[in-house]
Design a protein around this ligand. Sequence first.
Ligand SMILES: C[S@@+](CC[C@H](N)C(=O)[O-])C[C@H]1O[C@@H](n2cnc3c(N)ncnc32)[C@H](O)[C@@H]1O
Length: 274
Amino acid sequence: MKPVQMERTPFADLDGLPSEMTAMLLAALEAMGHHPEIRRVRDTALQALRPEPGARLLDAGSGAGDVARWLAAKVGPAGEVIALDSSAATITAARQRHDGSNVRYLTGDVAATTLPADSVDGVWCERVLQHVDDADVVIGELIRVTRPGGRICLIDTDWGSLAFDGVPARLARTVVATMHGRLTPHQADMGRTLRRRLVGARLAEVTATPVTCVFGDPASAAVVLPMVNPMVPQEAWMTPPGVRDEWFSYVDAAGHRGDFLAILTIWVVTGTVV
Ligand SMILES: C[S@@+](CC[C@H](N)C(=O)[O-])C[C@H]1O[C@@H](n2cnc3c(N)ncnc32)[C@H](O)[C@@H]1O
């Protein structure tokens, strides 16, 4: 059966979804943020961004603000983090989770913010560009709002890197091919394109670090990978029709044997605005 490619991802318009679906996706993002492999990605990004105490940072596409609050602790009371997201429901959820740290929550489009030029010292933009119409337009806007000498850190998934072991190779190939068929063109390879995009935008000191996340059991993988999460309905995501039950029985068996493996590379790419 020919895979159905989505025009846009659910994260492109969270406010257009039923409220329970938005809440489910925000809960999934929160759970991902606690996963040790995602924490490893974020620690890598923090080392690349190097925010100074007192800095003003923008978290572009901030979701429910977990990272913004974490970054606020790094820049301290003299600093500030602006958490910007296009979804009003998400910004409401972020405000509800506020912990008193120095975070300002704003609803807006990362492609066209209302922030003045040169007004931030650094930008964090995590798993957002794969959901926008034109990543280079967004990068241009992030450069506009960052002062010369400020740093921009982009973090995005390379879904083309997804691979499995411990399950039959033919089934893994079917599941991966089904997912690739359903991704938008931006989603499929955004992570690996980030270095090219920042070099093309003439940033200096561009560094690109692929962080390969390793999931050694299905429960751990299910936090980040929807195709191994039995709670994700087939129609909402990407286990192929007709093989779903077989796939999950092999995934479970590999989990019981202890030889399940999934890997996914997430790129951390940083550059300095000149
Ligand atoms: C996958 S989530 C990532 C959230 C957060 N950065 C994280 O890593 O947990 C993508 C977020 O980008 C937001 N988003 C998507 N398109 C956007 C746009 N054009 N402007 C601002 N935010 C956008 C979504 O509303 C969503 O909160």
